[in-house]
Design a protein around this ligand. Structure first.
Ligand code: ATP
Length: 282
């Protein structure tokens, strides 16, 4: 028995940080969107244990890998006696603000639920998966979603019309922890207007959405890495309706009116200093 699932990346169409919590985490308000850029996850039933294979040399293959952790958790929750072999075909850039790791873990939970006929609904999977990380609930749910708390309280929004996205990932290492540590909540001057964004999303107006996106974490990451601002401007110069850093970065995405304008921007921006993807919302 084998199952193959797409673990899709996400972008943050806006992100606000509202408070630092006593437990060290931050409360956020964010609008997340699934995109078609994905890792392929194959899961096979084997006699026992967890075997992990991955085409990327950068990732751990033991219980430090979120996909491994997800399998371990699932097997203990459902008292599964046999084992699994998980193959990750990695396409989502790692530690880029696109939730690639969380998405792999979510895909493992969804896949094992099917593979072992456990019959759990999304809500149950989310309640199991949330211990693995703040982005896991969203990655299980997917779509256009408003997330609060540390990202685990989800409200489904009307799905935005299918839109072309260009993602640029500069080759700089940005740690999520560092970004939050360096965020000064008293020095945020521009926050996303969530109510405005909700009504724009309800209308399905992509151009207005693109113009009103704000990510408060940009201030921190851009101050250190000028390149992020350069890329944002380039995306707009080459036709994006709007551009924004995703999550804590360093990925930057641009929203495009149609496929041809996205491909044209891709051709113009393509260079060795960063990785580029053309994808679409799903
Ligand atoms: P987020 O947007 O949720 O902050 P991210 O896109 O910034 O996520 P990820 O790609 O999810 O970051 O990975 C962050 C870290 O998790 C990396 O340092 C990586 O070593 C570790 N990790 C563990 N398992 C995985 C996996 N299956 N795929 C990617 N990263 C993984």
């Amino acid at each position: 028995m084998m199952i193959s699932i797409k673990a899709r990346a996400k972008i943050n169409l806006s992100l606000d940080v509202t408070a630092k919590r006593l437990d060290g985490y931050h409360n956020i308000k964010t609008i997340m969107q699934t995109i078609d850029l994905h890792d392929k996850i194959d899961i096979d039933v084997i006699n026992k244990g967890i075997e992990l294979e991955c085409n990327s040399m950068e990732l751990p293959l033991d219980n430090k890998n979120l996909a491994y952790k997800a399998a371990e958790l699932f097997m203990s929750k459902y008292d599964i006696k046999s084992g699994v072999r998980i193959k990750i075909d990695k396409n989502i850039p790692i530690a880029a603000g696109l939730a690639g790791g969380s998405s792999d873990a979510a895909a493992v939970l969804i896949g094992m639920n099917k593979l072992f006929n456990c019959g759990m609904d999304v809500t149950t999977l989310i309640s199991i998966g949330k211990v693995l990380g703040a982005d896991i609930p969203y990655c299980i749910k997917g779509g256009t979603v408003f997330a609060e708390g540390i990202g685990e309280i989800l409200s489904e929004l009307k799905a935005i019309p299918m839109t072309y996205i260009v993602i640029v990932v500069p080759k700089v290492a940005v740690s999520t922890k560092w970004v939050y540590q360096n965020l000064n909540l008293n020095k945020i001057y521009k926050r996303p207007d969530m109510n405005l964004l909700f009504s724009i999303i309800n209308e399905g107006n992509i151009a207005l959405l693109a113009q009103n996106m704000v990510n408060v974490l940009e201030t921190v990451t851009m101050e250190k890495f000028d390149i992020i601002n350069t890329i944002k401007q380039k995306l707009k110069e080459f036709g994006a309706l709007g551009s924004l850093m995703s999550g804590s970065g360093p990925s930057v995405f641009g929203i495009f009116r149609d496929k041809s304008s996205a491909l044209e921007a891709y051709q113009k921006i393509k260079c060795n200093d960063w990785d580029l993807f053309v994808t679409e919302t799903t």
